[in-house]
Write a new protein. Structure first.
Length: 334
């Protein structure tokens, strides 16, 4: 695949927003080595929601990130990354609060574990009153999908703000959810499980990894979880399995797509790239709405899943969360 993630995407200045991504925006401290071989960390843009927003921008979907981002150096890094990815900054709220940091620890297989440093941080501090400072007083653009998840649903006050936003917008537009569970940050498992079930029931598209499901519902098959989520109201459930590809369940059936064989540098941001691929495919095929998801046929579902898996696999060939650009060799959805 010939994608080149350092090439700026074409901006969508004249286009109406298709997706608003709300949630976390942070800096990943990724392992590297100094010139003399000493261990070091390199700062890279990260955070599940920022990654999804940047991925969508690179796949030429008119997208804005709704988040508080610091005015300090790390915040400048995040803004520059979003702008270079073609993601709009119209819904970014400035603040002097510091940027959340996530120290990345790579396992032998290239998969990542994280430790978070978010006390008093910019993205975590989003409150309902901040939304009034957004365009149109915080009202989301008509027809735009809403995506949220990950740290944003765990860290207060951001979690309560996003919970309120989700409940307000559910049923009014397509809502995409990725719990992207971080067990080390869950202080009350029972309360989190109750809220997660409520969020899933409000969402139209739900994506989770096999690791998420193992923590959420130990001993329960992914098929059984998907059936439970579909019965609660979701129109499309997507489960990722890393190198074993992904599986989707929708109204028209169940589909599995294998992961392309690639040379894995690391898996940082791969799940977020998958989510961006799903939403981009829905947008480019005119199905980024609740009705569009509900009416996906079996063949369309298979094409969507294959496209998203390809985007995720391509991201694994580069260090950090660097999803591909649509013009860089990733085929447009059929």
């Amino acid at each position: 695949m010939s994608a080149t993630p350092d090439r700026p995407a074409r901006p969508h200045i004249a286009d109406q927003l298709a997706v608003v991504v709300a949630g976390d925006a942070l800096v990943d401290l990724t392992p590297t080595r100094t010139a003399d071989g000493a261990a070091a960390f390199q700062p890279r843009p990260g955070g599940s929601c920022l990654n999804v927003a940047a991925g969508l921008g690179r796949l030429e979907v008119p997208t804005a990130l709704l988040a508080r981002i610091s005015d300090a150096h790390f915040g400048d890094l995040l803004r520059a990354h979003l702008a270079a990815s073609g993601t709009r900054l119209t819904h970014v709220l400035p603040t002097s609060d510091p940027t959340t940091l996530a120290a990345v620890h790579l396992r032998e297989d290239g998969s990542a574990a994280y430790s978070f440093h978010a006390n008093g941080a910019a993205d975590r501090g989003l409150r309902p009153e901040h939304l009034a400072a957004l365009p149109d007083g915080g009202a989301l653009p008509p027809g735009a999908a809403l995506h949220l998840g990950s740290l944003g649903l765990l860290l207060e006050p951001l979690a309560s703000t996003l919970d309120e936003l989700l409940r307000r917008e559910a049923g009014q537009r397509l809502v995409s959810l990725d719990p992207n569970v971080r067990p080390s940050l869950v202080t009350d498992r029972a309360a989190y499980l109750r809220r997660c079930a409520e969020w899933v029931a409000l969402a139209d598209v739900v994506k989770a990894s096999d690791e998420d499901l193992a923590w959420l519902y130990p001993g329960v098959s992914y098929e059984a979880v998907a059936e439970r989520w579909l019965a609660s109201g979701a129109g499309l459930v997507l489960i990722t399995f890393g190198s074993r590809g992904a599986w989707a369940a929708g109204r028209a059936g169940r589909v599995h797509a294998p992961a392309p064989a690639v040379r894995v540098v690391d898996t940082v941001g791969a799940g977020d790239a998958f989510t961006a691929g799903v939403l981009a495919h829905l947008h480019h095929t005119g199905r980024l709405c609740r009705e569009g998801v509900d009416s996906l046929g079996a063949g369309e579902l298979a094409r969507l899943l294959s496209y998203a898996v390809e985007i995720a696999a391509d991201t694994c060939t580069r260090a950090g969360a660097q999803p591909p650009y649509r013009r860089g060799g990733v085929p447009a959805p059929a």
